[in-house]
Ligand binder design. Structure first.
Ligand code: AMP
Length: 130
């Protein structure tokens, strides 16, 4: 069965899309821990990131780099933090999180809430910079 993230890639489940190429897709995390919290996924479904083939994993990092540079231009922050957890969704993904302090990348804190129009405006602004 396709993962929830594969359904996002196919458009079966909506997302606030940020960027896409032949192999990767990026969208806003729906339960963000910081404004601009984004996810980068491979279109090819693999659960564990370190099971991804070397050249694809290297390309995924470069895709994430390009996206991080775009997020930086839209969300004021010290830098973009990067994290891989993968305990909730079994489809490899990189979290990109605008941070100013270590607390900004604390996954145990309450998630931020945004209205749909705020997510949309943010994703459009980031997508325009990619
Ligand atoms: P983890 O697998 O522990 O890295 O966490 C999965 C992440 O995916 C969490 O930060 C969720 O908020 C996020 N997430 C789950 N479902 C969706 C969705 N439909 N759209 C956007 N983000 C999602």
């Amino acid at each position: 069965m396709a993962s929830i993230f594969s359904k996002i890639v196919s458009g079966e489940i909506p997302s606030y899309k940020l960027a896409e190429d032949e192999h990767f897709f990026a969208f806003l995390d729906i339960n963000p821990i910081a404004k601009g919290h984004a996810l980068v996924i491979p279109k090819k479904e693999t659960d564990y990131i370190f099971d991804i083939e070397d050249s694809e994993l290297a390309s995924m990092i470069l895709f994430a780099k390009k996206l991080a540079k775009a997020i930086e231009q839209v969300v004021a922050c010290n830098r973009i933090g990067i994290a891989v957890v993968g305990l909730e969704v079994p489809h490899a993904h990189i979290h990109l999180i605008p941070i100013n302090t270590i607390y900004d990348i604390d996954f145990s804190k309450p998630k931020l809430k945004f209205e749909a129009h705020e997510f949309k405006a943010l994703s459009d602004a980031i997508a325009a910079k990619v």
